[in-house]
Design a protein around this ligand. Structure first.
Ligand SMILES: NC(=O)c1ccc[n+]([C@@H]2O[C@H](COP(=O)([O-])OP(=O)(O)OC[C@H]3O[C@@H](n4cnc5c(N)ncnc54)[C@H](OP(=O)(O)O)[C@@H]3O)[C@@H](O)[C@H]2O)c1
Length: 324
């Protein structure tokens, strides 16, 4: 089904900016709903894309924004909340989905895709628990005949502009050593281009059919393997240390009180589960996913090369300032 009118909540973020461009290129008319229109400015110049300022927790504002669309996609997700008890996660993940479902019904939008996460509903973290509760709402809307739905559950997503590899890269650049909680936790990092391809194919289908797609890349890495590999790609000499479990848990508790929560006890709890697929949905969609070591060097390798070149110039007394 080409030429659909697609509404995307949370479309201004990392995955959204790739997805919006792809769906517009596929010939769909895309509305990006955002709490803050200037943050989606770069997408407003893409042909076929319009930006709509919206208060997603205000049902009237959300419903009005949903009017006139065939399909709604929810990409909203947070990794940490402001407080501690799970209320922030429930608000962003569960209450918002509840409002999306009611809003879609009121605006007669019949197709809905929920971006969730691998391990949704498992473990003890508020993040995963709230993800699972949101999925239950979506599945109920499907069985009640309210909406035709699909759910995506990716492992960690990587791309040139991701927050995963880039966050570790920033930490590696500023610190001589990097202590890692849950170093043996396993991931199957999935390339953002593959995630977007999966969305594109599912959206083409006549029916979404309540399908749930786990999405994993072609390679499985432990967290420590992954960070050591990243360090080497960046051409850095750093010490990556795996913390014993008690110390990793302590690290989470300590970072709970650091502004912006770069890590948290809730993140630690999520890491107790491996982020790997039991049934990789890419196969059902006839997509051969990339592995991180096959794809990421195309942008990381350049950063490493430039860094080694700069180091060489500095050693030779020809740093940027002295060279002119
Ligand atoms: N990136 C990954 O590795 C990964 C892995 C698994 C699952 N996912 C899921 O995939 C989805 C997209 O991920 P992403 O990396 O693109 O996320 P992102 O860059 O953080 O973007 C998410 C967008 O959601 C909106 N948003 C954030 N907090 C909100 C809140 N409290 N209430 C309402 N809107 C809010 C923001 O849009 P506005 O500011 O414009 O409103 C933001 O641009 C999320 O659901 C995420 O949990 C991502």
């Amino acid at each position: 089904m080409s030429g659909q009118r697609i509404f995307i909540l949370g479309g201004s973020g990392f995955v959204g900016s790739h997805l919006v461009r792809r769906l517009a290129a596929d010939g769909h008319a895309v509305t990006v709903a955002t709490r803050h229109a200037p943050s989606a400015r770069s997408l407003s110049v893409v042909p076929g894309v319009s930006i709509r300022q919206c208060r997603p927790h205000d049902l009237d504002s959300l419903t009005a924004s949903l009017e006139g669309h065939d399909l709604a996609i929810n990409l909203v997700g947070i990794l940490n909340e402001r407080g501690f008890g799970g209320k922030g996660f429930r608000r962003a993940h569960v209450e918002l989905v509840e409002k999306m479902i009611i809003g879609c019904d009121a605006a007669r939008v019949r197709r809905f895709i929920q971006m969730s996460s691998i391990n949704a509903g498992q473990g003890s973290s508020h993040y995963l628990q709230s993800r699972g509760q949101a999925e239950q709402l979506v599945l109920k809307a499907q069985t009640d005949g309210l909406l035709d739905t699909a759910i995506f559950r990716p492992s960690t997503i990587f791309g040139p502009d991701d927050s995963f590899l880039n966050r570790f890269a920033s930490l590696l650049r500023i610190s001589p050593l990097l202590p890692l909680a849950r170093p043996e936790a396993r991931f199957a990092p999935v390339y953002v281009g593959d995630v977007v391809e999966a969305f594109s194919r599912v959206i083409q289908a006549e029916r979404l059919g309540g399908e749930v797609y786990e999405l994993c890349g072609a390679e499985v890495w432990s967290l420590k393997e992954l960070v050591v590999w990243l360090r080497d790609q960046l051409g850095l000499r750093r010490w990556v240390i795996g913390l014993p479990d008690w110390l990793g848990r302590l690290q989470g508790l300590a970072f709970d009180f650091v502004p912006g929560k770069p890590f948290s006890s809730d993140n630690y709890k999520s890491l107790l589960l491996d982020s790997v697929c039991s049934d990789n949905g890419f196969l059902r969609l006839d997509i051969q996913p990339w592995g991180m070591s096959q794809m990421a060097p195309s942008w990381l390798g350049e950063a490493g090369r430039q860094r080694r070149y700069q180091a060489y110039r500095s050693q030779a007394g020809r740093g940027d300032r002295g060279s002119r």
